[in-house]
Design a protein around this ligand. Structure first.
Ligand SMILES: [Zn+2]
Length: 167
């Protein structure tokens, strides 16, 4: 599945560090990277021992580092991930159904060689692939990216409000 490059789907996150952290959180969510180490207590970006500033949110207050990204935070990033993939898969499915519909129309009513099952089959396979790509990652993926990122940012806003009211 093609990844949509950050910021290219017509949505700009009000939190640039959340946008930057998405791929890092995705790595933890998919267990490509273990959820332990030193993380910024504000944005939960990973901090390397040599750094004296968080490379994500740019805070220089690194006194309260946490050893893992809390589940509550990972869930926020998972919302973006899930929303986007639901849109991509639904779009791809629609593309396949469109090709299947086209196949039936050709077989049932296609004049001349257009109605030949071999040609219709080619349309089903080739068209199915193209339409799934077009409707999935290209069209619906962009929608899912925007919707997912907006949901994630709303959840992050709520989280910030909650932590601020605690102080
Ligand atoms: Zn940070």
């Amino acid at each position: 599945m093609d990844r949509i490059e950050e910021g290219k789907a017509g949505y700009t996150s009000p939190f640039p560090y959340v946008e930057k952290l998405q791929s890092k959180m995705d790595e933890i969510l998919s267990r490509q990277v273990p959820n332990n180490g030193s993380f910024c207590s504000f944005c939960f970006g990973r901090i390397n021992v040599t750094e004296n500033q968080c490379q994500f949110c740019e805070t220089t207050d690194l006194s309260n580092q946490v050893s893992a990204v809390p589940k509550e935070i990972l869930m926020i990033y998972q919302v973006k991930r899930r929303t986007e993939s639901i849109w991509v898969y639904t779009g791809a499915l629609l593309g396949l159904m469109l090709a299947a519909g086209l196949f039936l129309i050709l077989v049932l009513w296609g004049p001349g060689f257009l109605g030949h099952p071999g040609f219709a089959f080619l349309v089903l396979i080739g068209g199915g692939y193209l339409l799934a790509q077009l409707c999935g990652p290209l069209i619906c993926g962009q929608m899912g990216y925007r919707k997912g990122a907006a949901k994630r940012d709303a959840l992050w806003t709520t989280y910030l409000e909650k932590t601020e009211s605690k102080d």
